[in-house]
Design a protein around this ligand. Structure first.
Ligand SMILES: Nc1ncnc2c1ncn2[C@@H]1O[C@H](COP(=O)(O)OP(=O)(O)OP(=O)(O)O)[C@@H](O)[C@H]1O
Length: 255
């Protein structure tokens, strides 16, 4: 089990004044949703938490050790990031791409072992892309590519998942399957934070929410305290109609 902690963290959104410092602790078992309009800084936050972008101020620590003092390999042994859009640097098959998830655990020129292959095959099956294992990645559809990106992180097996719009490009069935997978990761003691544009997925699957406003204002806490229609309407500058289904609130844009 691992925890990721942000203390007085000010993310560096270009051209924007310092936003509200964030004090967030991503604990084992928790599923955090990050909500906010386009450009609010969700991706910037995730990349800062992953140590890929410098913060303007404050600190991120992984198991009480500042991220800035850890090497990428050590970070990648605990923390996995699903990028918003994956880019294919060179032609590789689906299986080879999933196996990249094992690289943090191999020495530079070490070949993947049988166990690595087993983990990759299991992840591809879980994300419903096993039948594409021998296909070149650049031939995949958007949804297949997204499922492969998640399968690659599942192959990595991180204790902390940071996922940037993990349901991008996915049909309804695969959206639900991915959210169930992330919930399952949390239930097994891992910590999950994901950026989402779908309020209803957030309401159903996340137990904590962070609302990022365009000017840098932010608020966070347990789901029940965050899903306040007036706060969400201000967040998106969009009137909402609210209902309740199976005990969860459902939001739709009001005209
Ligand atoms: N390298 C950069 N140079 C200039 N501006 C940047 C750079 N990276 C990000 N930005 C700007 O910072 C702001 C925050 O970007 P970010 O990608 O974090 O937003 P987001 O909340 O994830 O948006 P979306 O919902 O559209 O994915 C945006 O206005 C973006 O244009």
């Amino acid at each position: 089990m691992s925890r990721l902690e942000a203390r007085k963290l000010v993310i560096d959104v270009p051209g924007r004044a310092d936003g509200q410092p964030l004090d967030i602790s991503l604990e084992p078992g928790q599923v955090w949703g990050v909500l906010g309009p386009n450009g609010a800084g969700k991706t910037t936050l995730l990349h800062t938490l992953a140590g890929l972008r410098a913060a303007r101020d404050g600190q991120v620590s992984l198991d009480d050790r500042p991220l800035s003092r850890l090497g990428r390999r050590e970070i990648a042994q605990s923390l996995g990031l699903v990028f918003q859009d994956s880019q294919d640097g060179f032609p590789a098959t689906v299986r080879e791409t999933a196996l990249i998830g094992r690289h943090p655990f191999l020495s530079p020129w070490q070949m993947e072992r049988g166990e690595d292959l087993r983990l990759a095959e299991a992840a591809l099956a879980r994300l419903d892309v096993a039948h594409l294992a021998d296909r070149l990645v650049n031939t995949l559809s958007g949804g297949e590519r997204q499922r492969l990106a998640i399968a690659t992180v599942l192959t990595q097996g991180p204790k902390i998942w940071l996922a940037d719009e993990p349901t991008n490009h996915l049909d309804l069935h695969h959206q639900t399957a991915v959210m169930a997978l992330l919930a399952e990761q949390a239930a097994s003691g891992h910590a999950v934070m994901m950026c989402l544009h779908d309020l209803n997925l957030a309401a159903r699957w996340c137990d904590h929410l962070l609302l990022l406003y365009p000017g840098g204002e932010a608020c966070w806490g347990p789901r029940e305290t965050m899903l306040v229609p007036s706060a969400l309407e201000r967040l998106y500058d969009q009137p909402l109609a609210t209902a309740e289904i199976d005990g969860s609130p459902v939001f739709v844009p009001a005209r």
